[in-house]
Write a protein that binds this ligand. Structure first.
Ligand SMILES: Cc1ncc(C[n+]2csc(CCOP(=O)(O)OP(=O)(O)O)c2C)c(N)n1
Ligand SMILES: [Mg+2]
Length: 191
């Protein structure tokens, strides 16, 4: 987002009347191309972009990141079906599979397992990797890019808040308020 608005605007994040709401609004915030925040819509937008790329005979690929709690949304699976029907090999998606969503553990709320097999059943080429291993992610992306048969899903197994002592594995860290001291500690621990 560098250069789109003044840094001081960051202090208005999510405040009443702000033009920087936590759910991105393309009519309010410069640099936002798609209004978002309602879970489940991102993959539909990505499928549309991938179909458009094919119709326009463009060589770009579309990358889409989903949450595992987001996979509890029915709209995700509508988009998944359309992507495999159109054999969208220009579409590569990731799920951040941290087994948690905002209200708790996925398994306690609405289980998505077996997640990899669900994506396979919906016609996607599926790989799993540790979401904390950049090398493994890069390899999975290369394999997905070389797959001509249809859309690719890379399920990334992660731990929420990994590497930060006060956040790691804590359900409350979905949108945890942090003090300046917390930020300093987190940066030290992640260094
Ligand atoms: C349609 C819709 N329902 C509910 C919410 C509220 N909500 C925001 S984040 C979230 C949990 C998402 O879980 P996940 O995708 O696993 O993300 P994580 O908490 O792991 O970062 C929920 C339910 C929302 N934004 N949109
Ligand atoms: Mg999650």
């Amino acid at each position: 987002m560098k250069g789109y608005f003044d840094r001081s605007k960051l202090h208005t994040l999510n405040r009443l009347g702000t033009d920087l709401p936590s759910h991105c609004d393309m009519t309010k915030t410069p640099g936002i191309d798609m209004t978002a925040g309602s879970l489940g819509q991102g993959l539909s937008a990505a499928v549309g972009m991938a179909i458009a790329g094919r119709l326009d005979r463009k060589s770009y690929r579309v990358y889409c990141a989903l949450g595992d709690g987001e996979c509890q949304e029915g709209q995700v699976w509508e988009a998944a079906m359309l992507a495999s029907q159109h054999r969208l090999s220009n579409l590569i998606a990731f799920v951040d599979h941290n087994k948690m969503q905002i209200d708790g553990w996925l398994n306690d709320i609405n289980a998505v397992e077996p997640l990899e097999r669900k994506w396979e059943a919906f016609g996607w080429s599926v790989q799993s990797a540790s979401g904390h291993d950049i090398g493994a992610i890069a390899q999975a992306i290369e394999r997905a890019q070389a797959n001509p048969s249809g859309p690719s899903m890379i399920v990334l197994h992660t731990t929420k808040g990994r590497g930060v002592s006060f956040a790691e594995g804590k359900l409350a860290c979905h949108s945890m308020p942090v003090t300046a001291a917390d930020v300093a500690l987190a940066l030290k621990e992640l260094a």
